[in-house]
Design a protein around this ligand. Structure first.
Ligand SMILES: NC(=O)C1=CN([C@@H]2O[C@H](COP(=O)(O)OP(=O)(O)OC[C@H]3O[C@@H](n4cnc5c(N)ncnc54)[C@H](OP(=O)(O)O)[C@@H]3O)[C@@H](O)[C@H]2O)C=CC1
Ligand SMILES: Nc1nc(O)c(N)c(N[C@@H]2O[C@H](COP(=O)(O)O)[C@@H](O)[C@H]2O)n1
Length: 217
């Protein structure tokens, strides 16, 4: 099955947290990293997040003019099994196209977005990637949050993982880069192929390959 290239991009604290305790958004990236993030947004066909990120952050998920001038906005994709998205969510503005990926169990309602049905309880990611491919989407930037990142990694659907490590510690039970059940034994650990590590602004940018076939032990 053909599918788009999938790149995870997120920012975490030194202790692997991506938001404050309780899920409130915090700026972890600095201006240099945001410039890189928005260049990346401008270079992909779609940006994808989970519904919790929409409910917590209310992001626009567009390319900011101050970082990249005159860029074309990618399609925005939200995983939302029960169609909980509020009608006034910023991601539903008309600045860019939005796809809400939902399931057979959702109560369908009128939204300023295309609705794609994939799966029964949770959005079936393979089905969704195939639907995106059929719409001409060849690359997807997965921005989070941790639950969505976990699903993509666990289903071996990720080509590259980019993480900016900001110079801060959040601590406690704040959401982390990869949520979900986690590895209880060595077989369940997700091994990565190290690609690059470079200082960026006030932090560090880490890049890893993730596909099984890239990992030679
Ligand atoms: N620092 C950073 O770079 C970033 C930080 N964040 C932070 O992350 C937090 C949100 O993360 P989190 O709470 O983990 O939630 P997510 O944003 O990852 O959304 C998860 C939800 O998406 C829905 N979903 C539907 N299908 C799937 C699927 N196949 N796999 C996974 N999820 C699916 C589920 O809800 P349902 O069952 O209702 O469909 C699920 O609970 C926020 O606090 C936000 O600020 C977010 C992005 C980037
Ligand atoms: N790269 C990155 N660095 C941070 O410090 C962040 N907090 C995030 N969060 C992600 O960006 C979304 C907001 O985007 P816009 O404000 O609409 O441009 C947010 O919802 C997270 O997905 N990312």
């Amino acid at each position: 099955m053909d599918r788009p290239k999938v790149i995870i991009n997120a920012a975490m604290s030194v202790d692997g947290k991506i938001a404050l305790v309780g899920g409130k958004r915090i700026k972890i990236s600095d201006e240099e990293d945001f410039k890189r993030v928005h260049k990346m947004r401008a270079s992909v066909d779609a940006i994808l997040v989970g519904i919790n990120t929409i409910l917590k952050d209310d992001p626009k998920l567009t390319v900011k003019e101050k970082y990249v001038a005159n860029a074309k906005n990618p399609v925005r994709v939200v995983l939302d099994s029960k169609l909980r998205i509020p009608k006034n969510a910023r991601v539903l503005n008309s600045i860019a196209k939005t796809i809400i990926a939902t399931t057979e169990n959702a109560k369908i309602r009128e939204l300023n977005a295309e609705i794609v049905i994939c799966g029964k309880d949770k959005v079936d990611l393979k089905c969704l990637l195939n639907e995106l491919w059929k719409r001409g989407i060849k690359s997807v930037m997965v921005e989070g949050g941790g639950t969505v990142i976990s699903s993509f990694l666990r289903e071996n659907l990720v080509d590259e993982l980019n993480v900016f490590v900001g110079s801060l510690v959040i601590g406690g039970g704040a959401p982390s880069l990869v949520e979900g059940i986690g590895a209880k034994n060595e077989n369940e650990v997700i091994r990565l192929k190290f690609l690059e590590c470079k200082p960026l602004g006030s932090g560090i940018l880490l890049r890893y390959g993730v596909r099984d076939e890239d990992i030679v032990e």
